[in-house]
Design a protein around this ligand. Structure first.
Ligand code: GLU
Length: 408
């Protein structure tokens, strides 16, 4: 993965906004990196050692915040880039957090639930001095979910007392927000609707193609369908399904919940993940992993609008090609910020021990995202920047101002 893309954008935009060199140095590198060894007794009795990371990029606007992913490709470089991205994301949507990211290099698909649980307990134990409700608040990311967050909270609370605010994305019964699981996907569609409006597309009836049917992609698909779009294709790691007239996403979600994967036929024809990205459509939503839009496939992409629901799905070359081709890209730090925004609401409720109504969460989410969207559009116009540059510019200026106010 080309992880340096975050820093290259940071450097370019810092140059454009005239950020002082000292601040550039501070913000180019993480404030703290923790690498830990995680010994786990596997079900067969063997002791296996995993490596875990927590990278804390910046905390000048509030405690560190960001997800934890379990994936074989997890490495320090990737986590570093994703941690920086969290700093820019929380600053852009203006919630009082910094940025962090964590992960463990493992293959959860080949591990039992008990093994994943022991891994999580052991990882949390190793991180317990660097995380905390006012220090660093993890959340779900690739291959982690409410269950994993509950285990982190349990392990952390053993040494710190009842601490629901140490993680977000928890089960509702342990202080989680019922709207957190769907929040990233919902947020991506709130942004997609706004972007469609700004670019002369009618969302109702628009053909939407979504790569990924996990926590982000599945909810994006369900919300898009509910809002009247035609979800023409979706996919998971094994492949996808295509029907230009629109798939029955609800039915598909039920099959996936039962069988664990998208069926090869169910109201559509089978497509590969590569084919899916190049399908005829109005809105393309990459909602899986990094680096899926590359210099190889981007010249053939037919979408009129790209909404980055995944983190860093577009390589630097692909970003340039899309720009040359006049295809607007709504960057990840805006398009997928719904998740961390609802995490923030969950944390606020945990800190106050006071529960909001679900409707309040939805209203506030829309308010924050729409505000951020408008500021990006306005900055892009005023400064003649791409949306990604504009989003970075707003975020960098906010963080730099916070550093200055701290008296550094
Ligand atoms: N993992 C999500 C992200 O990349 C959410 C992070 C959070 O809620 O803290 O934005």
């Amino acid at each position: 993965m080309d992880v340096s893309i975050v820093n290259r954008f940071f450097d370019d935009v810092s140059e454009k906004i005239g950020l002082e060199e000292g601040y550039r140095q501070v913000l180019r590198y993480p404030a703290r990196e923790t690498t830990v060894q995680i010994p786990v007794r596997m079900d067969d009795g063997q002791l296996q050692i995993f490596t875990g990371y927590r990278v804390q990029h910046n905390a000048d606007r509030g405690p560190y915040k960001g997800g934890i992913r379990y994936h074989p490709d997890v490495n320090l470089e990737e986590i570093r880039a994703l941690a920086a991205l969290m700093t820019w994301k929380t600053a852009l949507v203006n919630i009082p957090y910094g940025g962090a990211k964590g992960g463990v290099a493992c293959e959860p698909r080949q591990m039992s639930e008990e093994e994943i649980k022991r891994l999580t307990f052991s990882f949390t134990n190793k991180l317990r001095m660097v995380i905390g409700p006012m220090l660093d608040i993890p959340a779900p990311d690739v291959n982690t979910n409410a269950k994993v967050m509950a285990w982190i909270m349990h392990e952390y609370s053993k040494s710190h007392g009842w601490s629901p605010a140490v993680v977000t994305g928890k089960p509702v019964e342990l202080g989680g927000s019922p709207a957190r699981e769907s929040a990233t996907g919902r947020g991506a569609i709130i942004i997609a609707k706004e972007a469609a409006k700004s670019h002369g597309l009618v969302f109702e009836g628009a053909r939407v193609v979504i790569q990924g049917f996990g926590n982000v992609g599945s909810h994006a698909a369900l919300v898009a369908a509910k809002e009247g779009a035609r979800v023409a294709a979706v996919s998971d790691v094994y492949g996808g399904l295509y029907n230009p007239q629109g798939l029955d996403v609800e039915a598909l979600a039920q099959v996936v919940a039962r069988k664990g994967k998208i069926p090869e036929t169910n109201g559509g024809e089978a497509v590969t993940n590569e084919e899916l990205l190049e399908l005829e459509c109005d809105i393309l939503i990459p909602a899986a992993l990094e680096d899926v839009l590359t210099k190889r496939n981007t010249p053939r992409i037919k979408a009129k609008l790209v909404i980055e629901a995944a983190n860093m799905p577009t390589t630097e070359e692909a970003d340039r090609i899309l720009r040359e081709r006049g295809i607007p890209v709504i960057p990840d730090i805006l398009a997928n910020a719904g998740g961390v925004i609802v995490s923030y609401f969950e944390w606020v409720q945990n800190m106050q021990h006071y529960l909001w109504e679900r409707k309040q969460v939805a209203t506030e989410l829309k308010k924050l995202l729409t505000r951020a969207y408008k500021s990006v559009i306005q900055t892009a116009e005023e400064k003649k920047m791409s949306y990604r540059e504009a989003a970075f510019a707003i975020a960098i200026e906010r963080v730099a101002k916070a550093i200055r106010l701290h008296g550094i």
